[in-house]
Design a protein around this ligand. Sequence first.
Ligand code: FAD
Length: 474
Amino acid sequence: SPIIVWFRKDLRTDDNRALASAVETGRPVIPLYIREDNSETGPLGEAQAWWLHHSLTALSAQIETCGSRLILLSGEAETVLRQIIKDTGASAVFWNRRYDPAGIKVDTKLKEVLSKDGLETASFAGALMHEPSRVKTKTGGPYRVYTPFWRAIEAGGEPPEPVDAPEKLPAPKTFPRSEKLNDWGLLPKLEWAADFSRRWEPGEASAREKLEDFTDGTIDGYRESRERTWEAGTSRLSPHLAMGEISPARIWHATRGLSKADSADVITFRKELVWREFAYHLLFHNPDMPTESLNRKYDKLGWTNGDDDFDRWKTGMTGFPIVDAGMRELWRFGTMHNRVRMIVGSFLVKDLLIDWRRGERWFRDTLVDADPASNAMNWQWVAGCGADASPFFRVFNPITQGEKFDTDGLYVREHVPELADMPSDWIHHPFEAPSAVLAKAGVTLGETYPKPIVDHAKARDRALAAYRNIKDAA
Ligand code: FAD
């Protein structure tokens, strides 16, 4: 009897152990994607819904080339699975494990209820290189600091070798009914995602191409190029990883024995992949990380939560060019350079004293790589309230950060076109530029480009005072 292979955030045929193991049995396979009712386990936000639409289209086409069909159904997972079992006589469900708290809850219950009815369930690893429950400190507890976590990963040896995609998927006698992807309305109603396809191509084929481009070229010099905001100096694999179109083990092994790259570049890159593992390790052991500060004392920080300031931040109208460029890149392309994510995060939390959770939610809705573990961990890092976080008193200066990481202003010029003609010396602080410089560049502050919404030096003092209050009270 057939085996249902339930795809979730693992929209790939390559290095997919649930799929490969089902095919190995020689039994017919029913590939299934469920649009789950539980919003926590579904697409995270609008940007990722766009991605999901295109990713499912790509997976569907790939499965067809293997002689099968991807079934799409919506509803509560147990109800959907039971219906298919009834209609097709399937007797087993295989899936790859997920590690977000809501997903774990659904899967644990399913395993229990289906097994009780004599159905076979099997779950496999693949979303991560190392199971979050297995990496343990010497005393047997979870890690809270990255460096010892990395050392433990290094000492633990190579992650498992990836398994290749099956060429053929044995089809069942009859396929269950399927819904139509277009009826799911995943694409945004407004045209705001129009530029996404200029930057991105969802799907596993494109993920593999990106990996090849990266290992063939970009990885050479990655240690430095990853900090360049104005060019593609990183792998740009994060949205593919977030939707599971490529496995981290596949990426890890592709960076082995590269003649192109200096070993220090490879190690730096692998450390980034392990930050993703660390984020899941933290989430696994702290399931409320997306909504609660790991260090609870920060909840007493007097957040101002100014709605007007928050709107200006979201729309890239703060008057600080590097912040505005980042927020506009996010809106337009569903992504933002890692360095700039840190700058805009620090600006929101420290300069505007707005609760990090509001920033986390905005990112969740607008990033194509939105990920419950990485997003929450990084926001808590930026806000200083997380495990192994940047100390609260380290307040990023948006002017010097801009000058350091976008020296010639290329990133700002691309995303904030009204400042395109500002000379590099002034582009990161137009509000301090002589009026002749502004006039020559066609900039009128308060009209063509906003005046700064805060005085950074004063905002910094305000943040430090708020921090001292909770520190003294603790
Ligand atoms: P590369 O430099 O090529 O790195 C390779 C891979 O390593 C990435 O694809 C990613 O999976 C992983 N990685 C790199 N940096 C980090 C990091 N700091 N934390 C965790 N994993 C990392 N990343 C997400 O995938 N989803 C998010 O929702 C997310 N939210 C963030 C929010 C904030 C406030 C900050 C500061 C960072 C966030 N990041 C998030 C981390 C990082 O910005 C992105 O992973 C990175 O920009 C992706 O680009 P890349 O694939 O070219 O990275």
